[in-house]
Write a protein that binds this ligand. Structure first.
Ligand code: FAD
Ligand code: NAD
Length: 395
């Protein structure tokens, strides 16, 4: 019997975890494994708010994929996925095509702009490695070119979800150093976070939110809540209440939708995310597994989909490696259903502060910041052992 082809699309949290586990479990004689990714590196999305604000070196938030994988066992292809043709079991890449027997789709998400005019053109909303560097450079340029008393350096952040809050916290921490470096008076700098919902971090614990908002306001962050951004321009935003905020930097952190490849490939989807079954299979396709941000599964307790997180993407990648191995070896009884284990949620408020729920326990301040660092270090350890944790960790 010919060897089966396993193709993994995307080397994010879901893709890299499944690839690392498959290379451990399978021998080269059992299957050909191919991992396709746009770049030759894997970046740690969960840390990108830091290089985006310039509080942590960008090279610490990525790792060359070949350093994580054994290329005798995994074929790496640096290319862009254009479309998946499930009827032909083929993936179309920019430069070539690939046939698969088993497919793992882990192409992540894209910024959701809800059709709001001007956002695609003028806002910074790419939460990728390169997107983070671009944003940081742009902000530094605003300080570098500040030229006098009348001008103000304003940064508007759209969305006070976890991404918005983590970014606002980092940039608030960086501002004093930027002011000093470029001789800009602190009172000439505005950071405004605009949120459509009636509260910051909607759905999160009220006490923790109150703590976070109060800490950020003390650092000079202004919040405008219950007011969506309705248009974006080169030099600012217009809010639903017709208020205009002038700002040369508009950061978009108002949510995500699944990869556009999902829609292009004709999968049944909701905003680019495919509702998968308990084995993470796409509807009607036994050999196509969709993991991470371009999939969703329902939380039966809340009757809502689980939010797209790295935590879930990793668990999905892990399960898929187990289940594909069991299938290849004819051990169907070992195939398991996906049961997410949510350990908690921690949002950083800069280097030494955070808020979070660990299980049912509320954590604040330095303790919460230490938990957040431990979560990031744990991930580095899982994919690259102690060496990677020491090399890339933030201590
Ligand atoms: P990703 O990690 O986004 O990976 C997708 C991969 O596919 C990337 O390597 C990308 O380059 C590649 N790719 C995309 N399109 C193509 C294509 N067409 N062709 C080839 N390659 C392609 N979640 C948490 O659980 N905890 C946190 O603390 C946390 N913090 C976050 C902080 C920030 C600032 C942000 C933006 C998100 C955070 N998240 C967090 C959410 C988390 O990062 C995502 O849920 C997670 O990255 C999803 O993993 P994934 O594998 O689905 O996709
Ligand atoms: P989100 O959907 O969680 O939050 C987006 C926020 O933007 C919402 O509060 C929404 O009300 C607001 N919004 C929407 N339209 C708006 C508009 N027109 N004007 C102003 N505000 C608007 O998205 P996110 O924060 O990007 O997070 C994406 C995913 O990543 C989530 O699942 C989140 O849990 C996860 N994440 C987790 C962490 C963490 O665990 N520390 C950090 C970042 C992201």
């Amino acid at each position: 019997m010919s060897k089966k082809e396993i193709v993994i699309l995307g080397a994010g949290y879901a893709g890299i975890v499944s690839a690392i586990k498959l290379q451990k479990k399978l021998s080269a004689s059992e299957a050909n494994i191919t991992l396709v990714n746009k770049n030759d590196y894997h970046y740690f999305t969960t840390e990108l708010h830091q290089p985006a604000a310039g509080t942590f070196p960008e090279e610490k938030t990525r790792i060359t994929i070949s350093e994580l994988l054994n290329q005798d066992k995994i074929n790496l292809i640096q290319d862009e996925v254009v479309e998946i043709k499930t009827s032909e079991q083929t993936v179309i890449l920019k430069k070539t095509q690939l046939k698969y027997d088993y497919l793992i789709v882990g192409l992540g998400s894209e910024s959701e702009t809800f059709g709001i005019p001007g956002l695609k053109e003028y806002a910074f909303g790419k939460w990728t490695y390169k997107g983070a560097i671009k944003l940081r450079n742009h902000i530094e340029k605003q300080f570098e070119t500040y030229n006098g008393e009348s001008e103000q350096v304003s940064i508007v952040v759209g969305g006070a979800g976890f991404t918005g809050i983590e970014f606002v916290s980092e940039i608030a921490e960086r501002i004093p150093a930027l002011c000093k470096q470029y001789n800009v008076p602190r009172d000439k700098v505005r950071i405004v976070c605009v949120e459509a919902a009636p509260t910051v971090l909607p759905g999160f614990d009220e006490k923790l939110v109150k703590y976070g908002v109060s800490k950020l306001e003390k650092k000079g962050v202004e919040f405008i809540i219950g007011t969506p951004i309705k248009e974006c321009f080169e030099n600012g935003v217009l809010l639903a209440d017709e208020q205009r905020i002038n700002a040369r930097t508009v950061v978009w952190a108002a949510g995500v939708r699944g990869s556009s490849v999902i829609e292009k490939s004709g999968f049944e989807n909701v905003r680019g995310r495919v509702g998968v079954n308990e084995y993470l299979q796409a509807p009607g396709l036994e050999n196509v597994f969709i993991a991470g941000d371009c999939s969703f599964i329902m939380n039966k307790a809340t009757e809502r989909p689980y939010p797209p997180t790295a935590q879930i993407a990793m668990q999905m990648g892990d399960l898929l490696a187990e289940n594909i191995t069991a299938t290849l070896r004819g051990k169907e009884k070992e195939i398991k259903e996906f049961k997410p284990s949510i350990k908690g949620t921690v949002a950083s408020l800069g280097r030494k502060d955070a808020i979070g729920l660990v299980g049912n326990m509320k954590v604040y301040g330095f303790l919460a910041a230490s938990v957040k660092k431990a979560i990031d270090l744990r991930y580095l350890f899982i994919i690259g052992g102690i060496k990677l944790a020491l090399k890339k960790g933030r201590f």
